[in-house]
Ligand binder design. Structure first.
Ligand SMILES: O=C(O)C(=O)/C=C/C=C/O
Length: 486
């Protein structure tokens, strides 16, 4: 059984309270280990260590020296690929082939993109004539924002944590990470790698625990935190934004979504089916960019529904390292209960259940896992709960449309604005629709393709700010203007 501790000032520590909670494997509910819950004393210690590290050896490194150290981190994460893979799969239950193609490679790539970017960034400079006939020159200076609180989710634990740690540390900040209580292992393991490559103590800290009245709220309320970056549900984002207001701390928020796919009759049908299958069911539907609303032009509606049903039927659930496993469980019993409540709601509201809608019949040794069936609905109005609310499971509702205007109106009819995918071979229509849909990210004939230099983030209630490439500088640095007269 694992002993999952906090990582503060370069040391693995338990806590003053002695409080622990069980971390169970979502595949079969077996006990993975006990997590030592960080309380106010541990959060205070982590923030103090991060503050001290800003002014220690870390703060004295040049940007090139800092990026060289982080490149060592990239190599060590890749060297310990299997350790991260085992930890991530145990915490989440996701298929090993998914974690080994997405989660773990991105754990390293999320540092590399920023060590490549940050050391090549320049700042602006202007010259002006002064009223007394002399000259004045301005130049920009970027400095680290300070201590960054990183609150990250359970669906892509390593990916989404390093997507924030990468730019934060490359820009010279120090961090206190609060992983989801459901997935503490890879963030905690990363502490070993930080020590191995010589990242000074206090630069990277991990406090494990829950949100409300726990490590999460202690951290976001802490006056020693200079900025808060969060990926997760919109209602938690609202609470974090309120906490950040005290002390005027900036936030970078990537929140919930109710993402649409818009499929026109002229699409490459096989590509549309294959890609929508991924965007609905990948990671058991637990991807913030995933699709839960599918709009299909009427001439191909029946054909599309039938083809997606065949894909859902082929989604064999199973153990992560079984080669024929196509889909894993949800991350926890709590989340399984939430998703099944929406499955029941859809039935009550009169949905046609094309496929799924319940719990798959699993072998006895897996029956106690957090399993749900991949599910497809049709026949509901746009006002139905499963069409309006984020479920975050392997499910979607498919709605026919007759005109481009109708498709855009339905896709935009949501408080969210994270991601959309559009399927058509008419490039003019693709661009026309893509610029009308109110989201932060729009893929055409594709999904979840990621160029890490591009702006990433949500519109409306799906978030604030953009992270990626140079865009991360806005949140992870302070920009100072210096003027000299001569
Ligand atoms: O790909 C990324 O950088 C990213 O942030 C993915 C987010 C997925 C959320 O569930």
């Amino acid at each position: 059984m694992k002993d999952i501790k906090n990582f503060i000032n370069g040391q693995y520590v338990t806590n003053v309270s002695g409080k622990t909670y069980e971390k169970r494997n979502p595949v079969d509910n077996s006990l993975i280990g006990l997590v030592h819950e960080a309380g106010q004393p541990e959060v205070d210690a982590a923030v103090a260590a991060a503050r001290a590290a800003l002014h220690g050896p870390w703060g004295k490194l040049s940007v090139v020296e800092r990026c060289a150290m982080l490149d060592g981190l990239v190599a060590e994460i890749n060297h310990r690929f299997d350790d991260f893979l085992q930890a991530e799969v145990a915490d989440t239950g996701k298929p090993a082939h998914l974690a080994s193609h997405i989660d773990i490679p991105r754990g390293a790539a999320n540092f590399k993109i920023f060590t490549d970017t940050i050391k090549n960034v320049s700042t602006e400079s202007f010259e002006m004539r002064t009223p007394d006939g002399k000259t004045a020159r301005s130049y920009g200076v970027r400095t680290p924002r300070g201590v960054i609180a990183i609150i990250c989710p359970w669906n892509l634990p390593l990916l989404l944590m390093t997507w924030k740690c990468g730019p934060a540390m490359a820009c010279g900040n120090t961090v206190v990470v609060k992983p989801s209580e459901a997935t503490p292992s890879t963030a905690t393991l990363l502490g070993e790698v930080m020590n191995k490559v010589g990242v000074p103590p206090g630069v990277y800290n991990v406090v494990n625990g829950f949100g409300v009245n726990s490590a999460g709220s202690f951290l976001t309320a802490h006056p020693g935190v200079n900025g808060i970056t969060f990926t997760g549900e919109t209602k938690t984002g609202t609470a974090i934004m309120k906490a950040a207001a005290d002390g005027i701390r900036p936030v970078s928020l990537e929140l919930g979504g109710k993402n649409a796919a818009v499929v026109f009759a002229d699409c490459d049908f096989d590509n549309a089916i294959a890609t929508v299958t991924r965007s609905v069911f990948e990671n058991c539907g637990q991807v913030c960019l995933g699709t839960e609303r599918v709009y299909v032009e009427r001439p191909i509606f029946d054909k599309f529904v039938a083809a997606l049903k065949v894909k859902a039927e082929g989604m064999k659930p199973g153990r992560p390292f079984d080669h024929d496993t196509k889909i894993g469980p949800l991350v926890s019993k709590i989340h399984q209960k939430k998703v099944l409540s929406y499955y029941a709601r859809a039935k009550e509201e009169g949905a046609t259940i094309v496929f799924g809608g319940g719990v798959p019949d699993m072998p006895d040794d897996l029956k106690d896992g957090c399993w749900v069936e991949p599910t497809i609905w049709t026949g509901l109005p746009e006002t139905a709960s499963v069409v309006r609310e984020e479920i975050f499971g392997p499910c979607c509702h498919i709605q026919p449309f007759d005109t481009e205007e109708e498709a855009v109106r339905m896709a935009n009819d949501t408080k969210y604005g994270l991601a959309t995918s559009i399927y058509t071979q008419d490039i003019s229509r693709a661009s026309r629709v893509a610029t009308q849909i109110e989201v932060g990210l729009c893929w055409i004939n594709s999904w979840f393709l990621r160029d890490l230099r591009t702006p990433f983030g949500g519109s409306k209630q799906s978030g604030i700010g953009r992270e990626g490439g140079l865009h991360s500088l806005e949140f992870y640095t302070e920009l100072r203007n210096v003027m000299v007269k001569y």
